[in-house]
Design a protein around this ligand. Structure first.
Ligand SMILES: Nc1ncnc2c1ncn2[C@@H]1O[C@H](COP(=O)(O)OP(=O)(O)OP(=O)(O)O)[C@@H](O)[C@H]1O
Ligand SMILES: Nc1nc2c(ncn2[C@@H]2O[C@H](COP(=O)(O)O)[C@@H](O)[C@H]2O)c(=O)[nH]1
Length: 197
């Protein structure tokens, strides 16, 4: 008889929390959505990346990023301590590997907020990860948000907008797109995708 799935005992649904990657162009609102989400659901574990970027006012080492020198980043990369890393708009960013693997092993929902290059690398090394793309309501609104944040010099904004064109063109590579019109709505949708709600 031909093999068929009909009549076989169905596999139980996989309810294990898995790795979720949130990407999207600079200024779309990734950090804002994640901060809103974690205020109500601190059990969602967010990876703290290493970066060679200088801290913005109010950013704290070990909370927003591990701010490292170029030499320290070289070592993290050479020692295989990063799950993925990428250069973005003139700085390097990377996800510390062991913390992510420990949390997944402990069965906790894990979130990475990283750029498109990093998302692609995670997809290669951990194909079970779900990739979520955060899109702006429009290009004009993205420019408004990135400029309005007031954290980058005009030339850095230009570089980030150039990168944004590439990132927006890659939306179809992601499993799900959420449009960031309302921070509250997107945070709720992301929690549902992570099976936290
Ligand atoms: N839904 C929204 N409506 C209006 N403004 C928003 C919304 N979401 C975020 N913003 C604003 O847009 C700006 C950029 O948001 P945020 O810093 O979270 O973006 P990001 O995607 O994390 O950027 P980056 O990748 O550069 O770190 C902030 O000033 C934030 O307050
Ligand atoms: N590939 C990675 N990208 C990362 C990581 N941490 C953050 N990012 C992304 O970089 C840009 C710029 O961030 P900003 O804080 O300087 O505005 C943004 O898209 C982040 O999501 C990482 O570990 N790996």
């Amino acid at each position: 008889m031909a093999a068929t799935s009909r009549g076989t005992t169905p596999e139980p649904p996989d309810v294990r929390p898995r790795l979720t990657v949130l990407s999207g162009p600079s200024g779309v609102g990734k950090s804002t959505v994640v901060a809103h989400m974690r205020k109500e659901h601190p059990e969602v574990w967010l990876s703290v990346s290493a970066t060679t970027r200088k801290p913005r006012p109010g950013e704290k080492h070990g909370v927003h990023y591990f701010f490292v020198t170029d030499e320290e980043m070289d070592k993290l990369i050479a020692n295989g301590e990063l799950l993925e890393w990428a250069e973005f708009a003139g700085n390097r960013y990377g996800t510390p590997r062991s913390a992510v693997l420990d949390r997944l092993e402990a069965g906790e929902p894990v979130l990475l907020e990283i750029d498109l290059q990093g998302a692609r690398l995670v997809r290669e090394s951990m194909p079970e990860a779900q990739l979520v793309f955060l899109a702006p309501p429009s290009w004009e609104e993205l420019v408004r948000r990135l400029t309005g944040r007031g954290t980058e010099a005009p030339e850095v904004i230009e570089r980030r907008l150039e990168a944004a064109k590439v990132e927006l063109a890659a939306e179809a590579e992601f499993d799900t797109t959420l449009v960031n019109t309302s921070v509250e709505d997107v945070a709720r949708e992301l929690l549902a995708l992570m099976k936290v709600l």
